[in-house]
Write a protein that binds this ligand. Structure first.
Ligand code: SIN
Length: 282
């Protein structure tokens, strides 16, 4: 059966007519192709339980268990992205791409909405294919052949607790394992990658985890990153996804950034995330 795949504004595509709990190889092939092309795909009205969620993620690749997020009490493969009514800070509330601090960054994530606030709590997605394609000539010349440093220490390590955003989530146990982040060795990746599935070029730096440009003095490095981050956040390349009960998103960490909006204070939001292993980037 041919799936109904509809572009989702400036970023991503919505895939209709598929039940993720009963997926066959033909549907999976079409989902993979849309994922590679659009960078993020969305599904609505799904009734998948945790076992279905794990099975769908495994169909896409081996699961990469997140080291820093609290896990589901019965399913260690599932990371909890949670905010309680009395908490101020959310998880993922800034533009980022998951796991770029790993030598082999994760392919992507499958996020399932389990409990949503009455309004708000949407997620922004930005296309790094589009950001690359629209690079001004001057900026493109400055990153020709460049590599960037990516780190998790300032986000998940013990020194990150100076930031209010991290301290609350660390204190209440939504994130942890700071000792493991403290000893992580920073990695480098090309600033522009050739996407392993689509063959398209994508900008591969992100405001959360990219800390420097290799070979530049600190001031020049920060100035170049600031220009790249500002470019990546341009509204021409991003779109908001509004969650509903039964919504599922599958995003590609090599082709998109995402941003969880923190605009639903006093309400609970619980999302379940599974991250899938990737491959070296060139
Ligand atoms: C994340 O950053 O992985 C979570 C995104 C969200 O909760 O919308």
């Amino acid at each position: 059966m041919t799936l109904d795949i509809r572009p989702h504004g400036r970023v991503g595509a919505e895939i209709l007519g598929v039940d993720l709990a009963r997926i066959d190889s033909a549907a999976l092939a079409q989902i993979r192709a849309a994922f590679a092309e659009y960078g993020v795909v969305f599904f609505r009205d799904q009734t998948i339980d945790e076992d279905d969620h794990i099975a769908f993620a495994r169909a896409l690749g081996p699961i990469n268990i997140n080291r820093f997020f609290a896990a589901h009490p019965r399913y260690p493969e599932i990371a909890l992205v949670l905010k309680e009514p009395d908490q101020r800070e959310n998880i993922g509330g800034g533009w980022h791409t998951d796991h770029s601090y790993d030598a082999i960054p994760a392919l992507g994530s499958v996020l399932v909405a389990r409990e949503l606030p009455p309004q708000g709590g949407s997620t922004g997605f930005a296309s790094m294919y589009a950001a690359y394609d629209a690079l001004p000539d001057g900026l493109r010349a400055r990153i020709d052949g460049a590599r960037a440093v990516h780190s998790a220490r300032h986000v998940f390590g013990s020194r990150s607790r100076v930031y209010e955003t991290v301290r609350e989530a660390a204190d209440d146990g939504r994130i942890g394992n700071a000792g493991a982040a403290d000893v992580l060795v920073d990695v480098t990746h090309p600033v522009v990658i050739t996407h392993p599935l689509s063959g398209k070029r994508a900008l591969y730096v992100n405001p959360a985890f990219t800390t420097a440009i290799v070979g530049l003095e600190p001031d020049a490095s920060q100035a170049l990153l600031a220009d790249l981050f500002a470019h990546g956040q341009d509204s021409r390349f991003n779109e908001t996804f509004h969650w509903q009960p039964g919504s599922v998103a599958l995003w590609d960490n090599r082709a998109t950034w995402h941003y969880a909006h923190n605009d639903y204070h006093g309400h609970r939001r619980e999302m379940h995330r599974i991250t899938i292993e990737g491959e070296p980037l060139h």
